[in-house]
Design a protein around this ligand. Structure first.
Ligand SMILES: [Zn+2]
Length: 266
């Protein structure tokens, strides 16, 4: 399978505004130009002539012209394209668990899966990186996008071992904040905020674990490397949960309160 496949924008992908005809940019509206640029991870600020200039510059680059930004709309389109390609190749694509909207409480409100340990994190971050990892991902600042000064985030092409190590440093530096969790019969869900290195910016991170095996099934982050579900911030959130397990065991607060009440009743 062509590894750059998931990133190549086609008319049939249905990514809104990604492919435009006619290509004469002067006939396009500002909104159309912005959407076209946005899909490609380019900045959308400035006057219409600046947008047109950016449009023409990218259009002239035959290699990158129709390459989707992996982080566009939280990586939704990359994931859809990836699944479509895998299905076309007859690979069974497991359905991802859907993150609940309500019912979150301060971590650890629920029991953390008893099998969960650092090995699961290492496996998810380092070893299970998708096989369709894009071999080249356009860096927006190669085209002079000074607004996108985001290099504190893990680059998607950077080694995932480094993401794991950076995650450990983030936990040590207390960069993991406002962690919440909830669980149901099959899954244990985590979400939290991770400070982006020395900056004050916050990355919102989520992770879903299997309640039975403790394996990390899915994770998301709002940073640039998020599309593949593996970055230093995701590592940090998972390692934060693991630190709690190492220090206090797998039990959540809720359970401790119940046990205490039972003890009182006795
Ligand atoms: Zn991230």
């Amino acid at each position: 399978m062509d590894v750059s496949g998931p990133l190549l924008l086609l008319e049939t992908d249905g990514v809104p505004g990604a492919i435009l005809s006619p290509i004469n940019p002067h006939r396009l509206t500002k909104d159309q130009l912005q959407q076209w640029l946005r899909c490609r991870g380019l900045t959308v600020g400035g006057t219409k002539s600046e947008l047109i200039e950016r449009f023409l510059k990218r259009s002239a680059n035959k290699k990158l012209c129709h390459i989707l930004d992996p982080g566009f709309e939280n990586g939704k389109w990359l994931e859809l394209k990836r699944q479509k390609l895998l299905r076309a190749a007859n690979v069974n694509v497991p359905q991802k668990p859907i993150l609940p909207v309500t019912g979150w409480m301060s971590f650890p409100s629920n029991d953390i899966p008893t099998m969960f340990n650092e090995g699961h994190i290492m496996h998810y971050i380092v070893e299970s990186t998708p096989a369709v990892l894009p071999s080249f991902i356009p860096r927006s600042h190669e085209e002079g996008d000074e607004e996108d000064d985001d290099d504190e985030d893990t680059d998607p092409r950077e080694g995932s071992i480094e993401a794991f190590r950076r995650g450990k440093r983030f936990v040590k530096s207390k960069f993991v904040l406002n962690v919440k969790d909830r669980s149901d019969k099959n899954y244990y869900y985590l979400k939290g905020e991770v400070r982006a290195s020395m900056k004050l910016e916050i990355r919102n991170v989520t992770a879903t674990l299997s309640a039975g095996s403790g394996a990390v099934l899915d994770a998301t982050c709002t940073c640039k490397a998020r599309a593949l579900g593996r970055c230093a911030h995701i590592s940090a959130l998972l390692l934060y949960a693991n630190q709690r397990v190492v220090e206090y065991g797998h039990g959540g607060k809720y359970v401790l309160v119940v046990c205490f009440k039972e003890m009182v009743c006795l």
